[in-house]
Ligand binder design. Structure first.
Ligand code: ZN
Length: 171
């Protein structure tokens, strides 16, 4: 069982904190509904610093692979996560709203108990596209009709039986 990483966010910045660690996908509970399976792990790096305006900022980098379900063929789709984000720490809601209106850097409320794992979870969820599919031609279903030359027909393969129908047409 892994131990969650919880920081006092402002203290972390004041101490120029930095940490690099791994989280098993199994532990990223909120992601599970979106996943094909719970294999693998993600690596995160977090560091705190004051920016040129002397504002406290957390830098977060996340990388690794997770397994989604392809929306078309329902098979395993390996999604490479490689994202970086800068999060401004704000003292209160007003400051938070103000910053989000300005739309410069993402902001979160400073917290004496910031759960970094939850933060990682959130960032991954925010960065997943709503529709996840294998690239055109990479679906398992497409292999069935790999001798199909007309690529425009491949776009009609959204229904399982459509592939079968196409297969019959070829023969
Ligand atoms: Zn697919």
């Amino acid at each position: 069982m892994s131990v969650r990483f919880v920081i006092d966010s402002l203290d972390f910045v004041r101490n120029a904190g930095a940490r690099r660690d791994k989280i098993p996908v199994l532990e990223l509970i909120r992601l599970h509904d979106l996943l094909y399976d719970q294999e693998g792990e993600v690596t995160y790096e977090i560091s705190g610093y004051f920016d040129h305006n002397d504002k406290p900022v957390l830098y977060l980098k996340i990388s690794g692979n997770i397994h989604l379900s392809c929306q078309r063929c329902l098979n395993k789709l390996t999604k490479n996560i490689d994202l970086q984000t800068y999060l401004l720490l704000t003292e209160n809601e007003t400051e938070l709203d103000l910053n989000n209106e300005e739309d410069t850097m993402d902001a979160i409320l400073a917290s004496p108990e910031l759960d970094v794992w939850s933060l990682v979870e959130e960032e991954i969820i925010l960065n997943l596209s709503i529709s996840s599919r294998h690239p055109e031609g990479m679906c398992k279903m497409h292999e069935l009709i790999s001798n199909e030359k007309d690529s425009t027909k491949a776009s009609h393969m959204s229904h399982p039986f459509a592939a079968l129908a196409a297969l019959k047409k070829i023969k």
